[in-house]
Each structure stands twice: as structure tokens, then as C-alpha cells.
Design a protein around this ligand. Structure first.
Ligand code: HEM
Length: 380
């Protein structure tokens, strides 16, 4: 196989922990990245639309919803970035030869991700301090939605680059042509139909998870402003519900565009993959019923049911995505065959630091939420 000759060797030092543990941490790490990253992807577009459509009445629910979302975006961005480092570590350990090579082939756009994120992150703060916190924001009414819209497209570009690299690392047969086209990393491969479906799947998920985030805002202010809380829960549920119904079609399309033998793995060929798929579908149905009832009746309990099942659906999808990578890479690399020399001391330090970091981020979020919360009140 020609592609095999292009794949570099793994580093000679043994893996610092058993492969199953590294895979578990990769999957969990990506889940922790995926949730805030989805809010970043969908939240920018949604807040921009709400602020624009609700601009006529700053005390109106729609405007306040857009403002609440826009104000919380820097927090979700910082979560997405810090939680991105966790899967990055384990991805390099387990699939370094594939990931490094694809990254080198598209090095220029890939490294531009850092710059793009810095600019977009800055824009999220710019919107808050330049427009949303100003009392005399009348003259700039159109600016906040515009800046948020530009920011959203930049983040969409970042997602595009991630999807491109995560797909390219699975296809070493595409590498040679890219290297011949440009040897300095100035490549940006187009998307085949499977990658387009994958990208669309992520993009839509962004709106669905943002709907859940809005509902959570409602839960958080329930005691203080029951009416607005109800509005957020209903609207958030409606967004999740609508997008997820569309997602059924897009997800099905994504599955159909996979190579047939891989698709069949989820349809009974591979027991674990099939179980994960069935579990994810059941969880999705529960989330649809939960958010459906929360949308019609405003029930907090139903929203929580929908929320928990939706997050578990995302987790199941993350597992399926990992299984898909294993299928793709099976002919090329097998981390299971690598030597392992477990460094428990380092591993324990890592796990303690990771848990402490998450606790710190939760504390920080509460602090920032407390500081920005007055923005949610009428008249601000
Ligand atoms: C805030 C802007 C970001 C967005 C919108 C974003 C978006 C995405 C998307 C859509 C994927 C999935 C790609 C696919 O499976 O096809 C992804 C994966 C990934 N992201 Fe991010 N990302 C962001 C920031 C970051 C940062 C700053 C890091 C690293 C510090 C990071 C690390 C990762 C890693 C390692 C994966 C792959 C994980 C795996 O394959 O298991 N991301 N990201």
C-alpha cells in the first residue's frame, strides 16, 4: 500500500499509560471541549440574530436573550480553548504519526487557527464593552450584531480547519497529492461529500447545544425573574427541538456517506458500535420528548430531563466519532501494539490537575456570571 510508506513511525519512547486509559481520556476530553465549542459555534450567530431582530425594544425578551448569550460567550470560548488542550495531548500520543503529518501538510492554515481564535475572542469582548455595556448605545445599535456575526464566521472558519485536519489525518492516501501541490504547508484541501456532512453535523449541533445553554440560563435566574426564565426555557427548548429534528436528516446523511463497511459497523456488524448507536438514538428521542414538553408547557423538570439526555446523546456521538477514527486508521496504525510503561505518578498529577482546573473554571464562571448578571435585568 503506497500510503503506508508516507506514515512516519511513532516516537520510540513507550506510552506513559495503558491505551484504554488514553482513549478514555481522549474521548472524555473531547466531550468537555465539544460542549462549550458548540455554544461558541451556534451562540455567536444566535446572539447576533436576537440582538438585531430585537433592537427595537431593549427591554424586550428577545433582545435580553441575545444580550445574555453575547455576554456569556467569552466564558464559553475560554472553556472551549482550555478544554481543547486535553484531547490535543491524547490525540498526539495515540495518533501522532497521522495527526502530525496532516497538520504539516496544511501547516499554514492550521497555524492560522491560533490567530483566528485570538481575533474572534477579542471581538466577543469588544461587543460587550464597546456596545452592550454602554448606556448610550443607541447610535451603535447595529454594531453589536455585526461584530458578533463577523466573529461567528471566524469561529466557523476555525471549525472548518479542525474538521479538515481531523478528516485529513484519516486519509493518508490523500497526502501525496497535497505534498506535491505545495511542500510548504500552503494547502487547504476541499471537502468531499462525507466531510461536508460532518461539518454540517457539527454546525447544526452548535445551535442545538446553544438552545440548551439558553434553557440553563433560564434555570439559573428562575427565582429572580420567573417570567423571563420561562421565556428562556421555552425558546431554548424550541431551538434544540427544531435543530435536532433537522439533525436527524443530516446525521443520517453523514452515516450514509461513510464507506459502506464502516456504516454497516453501526448497523449490526460491530456489536459495540451498534449498541452505542442505538443508545444514542434512544437518548436523542428522550431529549426530544423532554424539550418538546418544556417548550409547550415551560416545565423546568422536563427541560432538565431533555438537557441531561441531550448531553448524554452528545457523549454517545463522541464515542461513535472515536470508533469511526479507529475503523479508518485500522489499516495504518494500531496504538494497541505500542509499548507501554505506565508512569502512575505523572498520571495521578495530571488527573488531579485536570479536576482542579475544571473546579477552578466552574468557580470562575460563577464569578463572571455574577458580575455580568445585572445585564440580564430589564433596563440594562
Ligand atoms: C474556540 C474555537 C474552536 C472551535 C470552533 C473548535 C472546533 C472544533 C471542531 C468542530 C472539532 C471537530 C472536528 C472533527 O471531528 O471533524 C474540533 C476538534 C478538536 N479540537 Fe477544537 N475548536 C476550537 C478550539 C480549539 C483549541 C484552542 C484547541 C486546542 C487547544 C482545540 C482542540 C481540538 C482537538 C484536539 C480536537 C480533536 C479531538 C479528537 O479528534 O478527538 N480546539 N474542534
Amino acid at each position: 500500500m503506497e500510503a503506508l510508506a508516507l506514515i512516519p513511525d511513532y516516537q520510540p519512547i513507550p506510552l506513559p499509560a495503558p491505551v484504554w486509559l488514553l482513549q478514555l481520556l481522549l474521548v472524555l476530553g473531547f466531550f468537555l471541549h465539544a460542549v462549550p465549542m458548540n455554544v461558541v459555534l451556534g451562540g455567536g450567530f444566535l446572539s447576533s440574530a436576537c440582538l438585531y431582530l430585537g433592537r427595537g425594544n431593549k427591554d424586550g425578551d428577545l433582545y435580553r436573550m441575545g444580550k445574555a448569550l453575547a455576554t456569556s460567550l467569552p466564558l464559553f470560548i475560554s472553556f472551549a480553548i482550555t478544554q481543547g488542550i486535553v484531547p490535543l495531548l491524547f490525540l498526539q500520543l495515540l495518533y501522532g504519526p497521522m495527526f502530525y503529518t496532516s497538520s504539516v501538510l496544511i501547516a499554514v492554515p492550521w497555524l492560522a487557527v491560533i490567530l483566528l481564535i485570538i481575533v474572534a475572542y477579542y471581538m466577543s469582548y469588544w461587543t460587550i464593552y464597546k456596545y452592550l455595556k454602554k448606556k448610550d448605545g443607541e447610535a451603535n445599535k447595529g454594531m453589536a450584531p455585526l461584530v458578533l456575526l463577523i466573529m461567528s464566521f471566524i469561529f466557523l472558519g476555525v471549525a472548518y480547519l479542525f474538521v479538515t485536519n481531523m478528516t485529513l489525518m484519516l486519509h493518508p492516501e490523500r497526502w501525496q497529492a497535497l505534498y506535491q501541490a505545495n511542500q510548504n504547508g500552503l494547502n487547504l484541501p476541499g471537502m468531499d461529500v462525507n466531510t461536508i456532512a460532518r461539518f454540517l453535523h457539527f454546525f447544526l449541533a452548535g445551535f442545538a447545544v446553544t438552545g440548551l445553554a439558553l434553557g440553563c440560563f433560564g434555570l439559573a435566574i428562575n427565582k429572580r425573574d420567573e417570567e423571563f426564565a420561562g421565556y428562556l426555557i421555552k425558546k431554548g427548548s424550541a431551538i434544540y427541538l427544531l435543530v435536532t429534528l433537522v439533525q436527524i436528516g443530516v446525521g443520517g446523511w453523514f452515516l450514509m456517506t461513510l464507506p459502506k463497511e464502516m456504516m454497516m459497523n453501526y448497523m449490526g456488524q460491530d456489536q459495540l458500535a451498534t449498541i452505542t448507536f442505538v443508545v444514542s438514538m434512544v437518548l436523542m428521542m428522550v431529549s426530544i420528548v423532554g424539550t418538546g414538553l418544556a417548550f409547550t408547557g415551560g416545565s423546568r423538570k422536563m427541560f432538565i430531563t431533555g438537557l441531561v439526555s441531550a448531553l448524554l446523546t452528545v457523549l454517545a456521538m463522541v464515542v461513535m466519532r472515536h470508533q469511526l477514527r479507529i475503523y479508518h486508521l485500522a489499516p495504518y496504525v494500531d496504538p494497541e501494539k505500542l509499548p507501554v510503561s505506565t508512569q502512575w505518578d505523572l498520571l495521578i498529577v495530571f488527573i488531579i490537575s485536570a479536576v482542579a482546573l475544571i473546579a477552578y473554571l466552574v468557580w470562575l464562571s460563577r464569578l463572571v456570571w455574577g458580575a455580568n448578571n445585572p445585564l440580564l435585568r430589564r433596563g440594562h
